[in-house]
Design a protein around this ligand. Structure first.
Ligand SMILES: Cc1cc2nc3c(=O)[nH]c(=O)nc-3n(C[C@H](O)[C@H](O)[C@H](O)COP(=O)(O)OP(=O)(O)OC[C@H]3O[C@@H](n4cnc5c(N)ncnc54)[C@H](O)[C@@H]3O)c2cc1C
Length: 379
């Protein structure tokens, strides 16, 4: 299956690629020095319309699909993978709202997101419910025209930064995953507290924190989808976010590879550039081949998602775990090509390696994705 980008997608690729190279790359010394979330970077993403990508045209957005989001993910991650980690949870929440939201929710919130300045979190994971998402304990109890939410969400990307949260809570504990519902919660609602901010191995530009719900009152009109359908909406949305994480993995692997190629041509040992040693050449050949294989799978999957192909869910898991395992291998090899210098923060490849690790963990771990693939094969 050949993937040929449309003219609009090519323009998006060009625009985001230039943004990454010309605007974000010069910020890297400062971003790396601060080593934390950067409001300036988020502003840049907002001003360039990247928050609105998935909003349908009827609500004022460009109507981009998974292919467009993958292009954004790959281009940003070649330079600064945290930029896509900021957008990833937001794209997922936009999908939840688009897939499950009522006409009123679409008009109220998708229109707001389309203006490009509203960031939304996906708030599903809890301290005792990660891979087993149906085990969440956060409760939403009906009280007249409101639901009252209590519980704790773990590792929410952009908690404390975003204006809205797409939160999952149990409305009927008797029904298992059929008793989970989704809500949109404004970040300034009374009782919503930002808890522990995480100190992470990589993706240092992402503000990941706990969200604590203490008697948070949310209008019943802010429920996304019918009561009890939250888990189904989540699973449908995740099918679309997984290739985007795959694209992030492809982008960051490409970024590390490009640095490794340049370094291999410059670094001299035994009287010649290391790029002329066959051991290094074979590593470069393998890295390039693995990146291309992952890229092909990611974009094939993105097209399947956009065209609602039958096997899209299986491919979403395949592309996410294949691309992220590839990124871990390629970035580790990039560090190897830099020798001892690759281990130092003065050079760019160690941060790509730390960033790569997260792509194997979030949006479902790679063990869980292998389980999804094999269950599709055996059913
Ligand atoms: C930086 C970061 C950002 C994140 N952002 C968000 C966010 O914005 N929103 C959100 O909701 N979540 C977010 N997450 C949560 C993320 O999706 C979870 O961490 C992930 O799903 C794994 O859950 P867990 O950490 O509880 O691991 P666990 O579920 O406890 O798993 C521990 C280990 O056991 C393995 N395992 C578990 N069950 C099985 C099984 N049945 N068979 C085989 N192996 C198994 C796992 O693969 C893993 O290796 C984020 C996480 C991180 C680290």
């Amino acid at each position: 299956m050949d993937i040929e980008f449309t003219e609009e997608e090519k323009m998006l690729q060009d625009m985001v690629g230039r943004l990454a190279r010309e605007k974000i790359a010069p910020m890297l010394p400062e971003l790396n020095k601060q080593d934390t979330f950067s409001p300036e970077l988020l502003d840049l993403l907002k001003k360039n319309g990247l928050l609105a990508i998935l909003v349908p045209e009827e609500f004022g957005g460009p109507g981009g699909g998974v292919v467009s989001a993958c292009i954004v993910g790959e281009e940003l991650s070649k330079v600064y993978p945290s930029a896509l980690a900021i957008l990833g949870g937001h794209y997922l929440a936009t999908e939840f709202i688009a897939v499950g939201g009522s006409k009123e929710i679409h008009e109220k919130y998708l229109t707001r997101i389309s203006e490009g300045y509203t960031l939304v979190t996906t708030s599903l994971t809890e301290p005792e419910a990660g891979s087993d998402a149906a085990a969440i304990k956060t409760r939403a109890i009906r009280d007249g025209d409101y639901y009252v939410i209590n519980g704790v969400k773990q590792f929410t990307s952009n908690a404390g930064v975003a204006e809205l949260h797409c939160t999952f809570a149990v409305t009927d504990p008797e029904k298992g995953y059929g008793g989970i519902s989704a809500f949109i919660v404004e970040s300034d609602t009374d009782g919503l507290i930002v808890g522990k901010v995480e100190d992470m191995m990589g993706m240092r530009g992402v503000h990941s924190a706990q969200l604590i719900y203490e008697d948070v009152r949310v209008s019943k009109d802010n429920m996304v989808g019918p009561e009890g359908k939250g888990f189904y909406i989540a699973m449908e949305g995740f099918d679309h976010s997984r290739p985007i994480i795959g694209a992030q993995a492809v982008g960051l692997a490409q970024g590390a590879f490009d640095h490794a190629v340049r370094y291999a041509k410059e670094r001299v040992t035994f009287g010649k550039p290391i790029a002329q040693h066959q051991a290094i050449q074979f590593m470069l050949a393998d890295m390039a081949t693995q990146i291309e294989a992952a890229r092909a799978l990611v974009y094939k999957t993105a097209v399947m998602c956009d065209t609602k192909a039958k096997d899209a869910s299986k491919f979403a898991s395949m592309s996410k775990y294949f691309a992220s395992d590839m990124a871990m291998k390629v970035t580790t090899d990039a560090v190897q090509i830099f020798g001892g210098y690759g281990y130092m923060k003065d050079y760019p490849v160690e941060s790509f390696m730390r960033d790569a690790k997260l792509t194997q963990l979030y949006d479902g771990t790679n063990q869980i994705h292998r389980m999804v693939v094999v269950s599709n094969i055996l059913k």
